[in-house]
Each structure stands twice: as C-alpha cells, then as structure tokens.
Design a protein around this ligand. Structure first.
Ligand code: FUL
Length: 466
C-alpha cells in the first residue's frame, strides 16, 4: 500500500458500517438494457457496464502542487502561484484519444483544498489566481475538452481538505463538501464518474473529520443519476487496493459490502476484498486500477526521465483491463498546463502496440464446439484450421448476465496431445493470458469451476510475441 494511504481511518455511521444503503445501488431496471437471467447473481447497471467497456480512463492530477513541486499541498499556498501559461485541456483530451482512452478524470480539488473552479464556498481557488486574471475555470475547460473530443468526464473532489478551517468540525465541513459537490455536479452538464479517495488526515488541532458518506453518495445519485461513484467502498466502482496498476489475478466484480464499509477502511480482509472481490458477494462493484505514468501523481520536472516506457504501459493494460478491471492512468500536466511531450508520445505508443498485438484474432469466424466432460467440466473448443503460433488468449464472459467462471484451463494441440497454455481463476469482462507462443491447430478452454450455471465464454487468440 502506498504511504499516501496510511493512517486514514475514518469513522462513519452505524448504518454505513453495517452496509445498509438507503438508495438503490443500481439504476432502475428501466434504465438498463439487459434482463437479469439469474435474479440471485448480481449484474451491472448500464452505467457500470459502460464504465467497464470503456477500458481506459486518463487521470489528470493538476493544481497548486504542480507549481510547488509537491505531492501533498498543505493548504497554505498563495493562490497566485497557480499560473499555467499555456493551459490547453484540448491537448490533454487529444492525447487521451490518441492513446485509446475513452474518459478523463480531473482533480477538481486535491488535499490542499485549492479549487480548480471558481467556487462560492472558498477563496482558495482559481478565482484568486494569476491565471486569466482570476476569471478562468479549469473544470469548465476540462469538461468542454472532453465533450469536444468525445470523452467521458469525471471529477475527483478530495474529501480531505487541508485548507478549510471547518475541516474536522464534522457537520460544518460536510455541508461545505456537499456544497462543493453540488457546484461541480450542477454547473457542468453530465458527469460520468465521481471519484472519492480514501485519504482522511487530521484537521486543525488534530481534529478528526467524520464524513457523512450516505449523504454524499445520495447527493451524487440525485444530481447525476447516470454517474458511477468510485471509492474503496464504491458504491458503484471500487478501488483495486494498490497504486501499482495491478488488479487481483482472481478478480470478482462482486463484493460483500460489509467488509469495506467506508472509504479508507484498512486491514487484510479489506485489502483482499478490494483486490479480489468475492465470488459470493451480493453487490456488483467492479475494481478500478489507478496508477501513474510517473513516480508521482503530480508533475515534477525531476521525474522527466522516469516516465513509464511503452512496454510497461502495455503491461499495465494486461494487469488491469486484462484482469477484469479498468485502467485509470494518471498523466499530470506540467506548469505550462500541457501534458509533457514524453508522456504524450508514450500514450500514442501504447495504443499502437496494443493495436499491433490485437490486430488479428486467429479464432475469428472459426468453428466452435461446446460440450461437457464426464467430470462435469464445460469445454469450448476452437478449430483454428491451420498451424498458428498463439501467445495471447483473450477470454470474455457476457457480464451483462453476471460473472460466473471461477477456474479454467486453456489448452492447445497440434496433431498430438493437448498441452496447457494457461490456467486461471476468474474471467469476467476480460481476462488476458500471455504465454510463450505455442504452435497449435486447435485450442480448448476447459471450465473447471463456476459460481452459477455456465454462460458462453468468448475466446480470442493472438500471436503475441513473434
Ligand atoms: C490518494 C492521494 O493521497 C494521492 O495524492 C492521489 O491523489 C491518489 C490518486 O489518491 O488518496
């Protein structure tokens, strides 16, 4: 766990701790475009489904820290230091699109409390900055750029606020926090994701803030019913449990909500639930994998030579999207207000490499046989029709009907006996297995264990490394 998340234990209401949520966690059936086939297995809402299918979102950490060269501001910054000379949110959005990303999420406020929009709730904002003579609004530019480039827009509003004197005076700060959320969710049109991190540091004189999560989540649901809410405790999308970019190898999109009752909860059981989900979980809450392209979340010139290489970004795709998660990759703007050229070219390189890897599906339009063995396993067998080298398998369940597969073996054969290509546990939206290329004519997926009656699994096969 990154040091940025230590010591943030927050208390909350008994109802929350018991996992009792007074509003529907999924959208009403009329807003979904699927009919649950097994009423006992959780299924995603249409918003959760779309969120997952987007696969990649770009995280934008930007604010006073960009100018003080810090990761966590203390809230005492002079607002005038915020002066991005060439800020261009369209450049961020174009870089996102060129990288194959379908959404962006901006830190509208980080722990320093500095608001990137002119908020009526505080003077610690762009309105007192040198940028555009205090008339600018980064959130507006961000949302406009998302719309112009066809990206979904998400906002991060840090609950922890090191600037506002009301922080730690719980009811008063909760009012301010809800007022800030209301501004963000009513001024800028449709927002697709609202992001709450789990950090909960001390307020002035060591006072502890007790957040009113039920109120916060209820407010977002009311103001933006189509948005998914992210936090350790969802309610729609959960943190994956680390900031290294690695989802659990076993990763259920279902959880037991009582195990992670509020953002910032800690302990082994919490971490396991975040990483792996729970086969028997009652609630659909898929994992989001947030990780930075650089060592820090904010831009630091000293890290210009430490931008992840294209191959490392591709690895992140395999350990997030390829493990039934979604990748939220942070790329921080510089003091100019632009993404750095190195980062931009890595994003484009990532897309190019992924397009090459997934260029030709060797299983496309090939005959598929489905049968079961005497031992009760289901088998999906593909006749590839010719001898080909296979190095990547792309397995997918139809998650609109829930997630079912708990254990599988992938095998390939030329003329002789079957040999194992990969073994795994969960599949979900997408499971990518990479292995040393093997020459095969036939491939079969043996499904050894399921959590509910078997549903079809789609298999894609790719050459991988030559
Ligand atoms: C954490 C924060 O403390 C980090 O600064 C960063 O914003 C990360 C995404 O979330 O809780």
């Amino acid at each position: 766990m990154s040091p940025t998340r230590r010591d943030f234990i927050t208390a909350s209401t008994a109802a929350l701790a018991a996992g009792r949520f007074p509003w529907p966690l999924t959208l009403p059936a009329s807003r979904t475009h699927f009919a649950p086939v097994q009423p006992t297995r959780p299924v995603p809402s249409s918003a959760q489904l779309e969120w997952q299918r987007d696969e990649r979102a770009l995280f934008i950490h930007f604010g006073v820290n960009t100018f003080t060269d810090r990761e966590w501001g203390d809230g005492h910054e002079d607002e005038r230091i915020f002066a991005p000379a060439r800020l261009d949110a369209r450049q961020w959005a174009r870089a996102a699109r060129a990288g194959g990303f379908r959404a962006m999420i901006l830190t509208a406020k980080h722990h320093d409390g500095f608001c990137l929009w002119p908020s009526r709730t505080t003077g610690h904002s762009v309105a007192r900055s040198a940028w555009h003579g205090g008339e600018g609004d980064v959130v507006r530019e961000f949302v406009d750029a998302c719309r112009a480039e066809g990206l979904k827009a998400g906002l991060y509003l840090s609950p922890w606020d090191r600037h506002d004197p009301s922080y730690g005076d719980s009811p008063r700060y909760n009012n301010l926090y809800c007022d800030q959320l209301t501004e963000l969710l009513t001024r800028y049109g449709s927002i697709n994701e609202v992001w709450f991190d789990g950090a909960n540091g001390e307020g002035p004189n060591g006072r502890k803030q007790v957040y009113d999560w039920l109120r916060v989540w209820g407010l977002v649901r009311r103001l933006q019913p189509g948005a998914v809410m992210f936090s350790d405790a969802g309610p729609d999308v959960r943190w994956i449990g680390n900031e290294r970019g690695v989802a659990g190898d076993t990763n259920w999109s279902t959880v037991d909500p009582a195990v992670v009752p509020y953002p910032g909860a800690s302990g082994d059981a919490v971490m396991r639930m975040l990483q792996e989900g729970d086969l028997a979980g009652s609630t659909w809450r898929p994992g989001e994998t947030d990780v930075s392209i650089r060592p820090g979340w904010f831009y630091h010139p000293a890290q210009d030579a430490q931008v992840r290489a294209v191959e490392q970004l591709v690895d992140l795709y395999f350990t997030s999207v390829g493990r039934n998660s979604k990748l939220l990759l942070n790329v921080p703007p510089t003091t100019d207000g632009l993404l750095h050229d190195t980062d931009v070219s890595r994003l484009a390189g990532m897309r190019e490499r992924l397009e090459t890897l997934f260029h030709e599906d060797l299983a496309a339009n090939r005959p598929v046989e489905r049968h079961s063995t005497g031992a009760g396993s289901a088998i999906v067998e593909i006749d590839v029709g010719r001898l080909v080298a296979v190095g990547i398998a792309d397995l997918r369940e139809d998650i609109s009907r829930g997630q079912v597969v708990a254990r599988y073996t992938l095998e390939g054969a030329d003329a002789g006996a079957w040999q194992t290509l990969a073994r795994g546990t969960t599949i979900g939206y997408r499971k990518l297995d990479r292995f040393a290329p093997v020459k095969v004519r036939r491939v079969r997926l043996v499904i050894d264990e399921v959590a509910a009656p078997q549903q079809p699994v789609r298999i894609g096969l790719y050459a991988g490394e030559a």
